[in-house]
Design a protein around this ligand. Structure first.
Ligand code: NAP
Ligand code: MG
Length: 475
């Protein structure tokens, strides 16, 4: 069992001012795998002081210094591949293959992408006699969730470092180990002291201290809407800028001209990936009335190709949910779907056969879902798909947009004109067409209640910058 009771503050592994600890659990075995410190307000204060002290120098480093730093981080990150993969499988329950191909890679890609973007990023612009400067925003507070332990942290950290902003990070208490390895990566890469500070602990204490700290200039948060609102309220008191990534209830529109089997495969794999714990998950599958029966048959056929199971088993597509609380929450939603009168096509409540230990949820598909049902309106964050039928294209777009969220949308179809029309009609920050290649330069963030701001690539870097006009500079 691991014991990682130290925070990383001012370039040193340092004890918490408190004695409280938090146990970290492997969701596949329900066993305790380690403990971390439940940090205090004083710990956050120390971390903010260190970041503030690092700010004058770090914010003035040259672009090439910061590109070098990001390259060194990527190199050191790659050396720790086995540790990341092992730890993400242990703390999140992600299948080894996914920990490697998805989690490890996404984390790495953000550092590489930030270095690439920085190369062509312009921090100054001349407009007549005015000089416009983009300057580091100051000290940033980063609060991250558990569903992508390396992606959610790395996208924020890569952008902050690229912009010259020192940070205080609080990762989720459920998955703190990936962040601890990341701290070791930064140490090995020579991140200047005070530029990166890690304070472990609960959202209620450490997260709250970050969002209300008067000496933090910007808070970037990913997680639930309820916590996002609290963070905004706290931040408002000292007029901090806030970026929020708050999840969604994203539609996947299956157009009639697309191969039904291919569409079913895309829809099912999207909903089950990472056990459905994905903010951009396409949890509302919109199919025309004409194609519904054929689509449902195709879904039943492809479901066994994406098996739930032990994360260590090579054939497993998705493992357990991250925690018992999330398991209970998802069970409640499945019950709710049945009560609301949706038709259970596959899965349902209870554990999958042979997986009684661990927080496993059956691959669950509802059809005859009405967009007014709770299962179509709220983020379930589990392997639960809702099939909703539409009359025609306009009806599909209306249903797709009938949500408080706007993080993502998906269109599967063959006719480029129709696809483009649907893509431009969905009110969401990221639309994916069929099976697109990954693009780490594509801005990521939500419309409506899915959030404020954009991460990834050059847009991500902009979040950590202030804009200054120097008027009359060359007059
Ligand atoms: P959450 O509570 O919003 O957690 C996200 C992060 O915020 C964690 O680091 C958490 O700390 C911290 N936090 C909690 N309360 C805080 C506060 N008062 N002030 C500052 N920070 C605080 O999410 P959750 O409870 O883990 O998951 C609940 C639901 O949120 C999920 O079912 C899902 O619907 C949604 N969610 C969305 C995303 C996304 O990618 N958008 C990610 C995760 C969850 P702790 O370590 O104490 O939890
Ligand atoms: Mg929480």
């Amino acid at each position: 069992m691991r014991s990682d009771l130290l925070h990383y503050i001012n370039g040193e592994w340092t004890e918490s001012s408190g004695k409280d600890t938090i146990e970290v659990i492997n969701p596949a075995t329900e066993e305790v795998i380690g403990t971390i410190s439940n940090g205090t307000k004083e710990d956050v204060d120390r971390a903010v002081k260190a970041a503030r002290a690092a700010f004058p120098h770090f914010s003035q480093t040259s672009k090439s210094d910061r590109i070098d730093l990001l390259h060194r981080i990527a190199e050191e990150y790659e050396k720790r591949k086995d540790d990341f993969v092992e730890m993400i499988t242990q703390e999140l329950g992600a299948p080894v293959k996914m920990s490697n191909k998805v989690h490890y890679n996404m984390g790495l890609s953000h550092f590489k992408e930030a270095a690439k973007q920085l190369d062509t990023f312009e921090f100054t612009e001349n407009r007549g006699s005015t000089l416009i400067r983009k300057e580091s925003i100051g000290v940033s507070g980063l609060i991250t969730p558990w569903n992508f332990p390396t992606n959610q942290t790395s996208t924020k950290l890569a952008s902050a470092f690229a912009a010259g902003s020192p940070v205080v990070l609080k990762p989720s208490e459920l998955t703190p180990y990936a962040a601890i390895i990341l701290a070791e990566v930064f140490e090995a890469a020579g991140v200047p002291k005070g530029v990166f500070n890690l304070v472990n602990g609960s959202g209620e204490t450490v997260g709250d201290a970050i969002s209300s700290h008067p000496d933090i200039d910007f808070v970037s948060f990913t997680g639930s809407g309820a916590v996002g609102q609290k963070i905004s309220e706290n931040a408002a008191k000292t007029v901090k800028r806030v970026a929020l990534e708050l999840g969604g209830k994203s539609p996947l529109i299956v157009l009639d001209d697309y191969d039904v089997k291919k569409a079913a495969k895309i829809a099912v794999s999207n909903v089950l990936a990472n056990s459905g714990q994905v903010c951009t998950a396409a949890t509302r599958t919109l199919v025309s009335k004409a194609k519904h029966d054929e689509f449902v048959e195709a879904v039943k056929e492809v479901l066994p190709k994406f098996p739930v199971g032990d994360p260590r088993d090579e054939n497993t597509f998705y493992g357990p949910l991250v925690a018992e609380k999330q398991y209970d929450r998802v069970q409640d939603y499945i019950k709710k779907g049945e009560e609301e009168g949706a038709t259970l096509l596959a899965g349902g409540t209870g554990k999958p056969e042979g997986l009684e230990k661990g927080y496993y949820v059956k691959p669950t598909v509802f059809t005859n879902v009405n967009n007014d049902m709770v299962i179509a309106r709220e983020e379930i964050f589990g392997p639960v798909m809702s099939i909703i039928t539409y009359d025609d294209l306009e009806d599909a777009i209306r249903i797709a947009n009938d949500t408080i969220y706007g993080l993502a949308g998906y269109v599967v179809g063959d006719d480029p004109k129709t696809v483009e029309y649907v893509a431009s009609s969905i009110r969401a920050g990221r639309i994916s067409i069929n099976t697109p290649p990954a693009d780490f330069s594509a801005p990521f963030g939500g419309y409506k209640q899915s959030g404020i701001g954009r991460e990834w690539g050059d847009y991500g870097i902009e979040e950590y910058l202030e804009i200054k006009s120097v008027v009359g500079m060359s007059s």
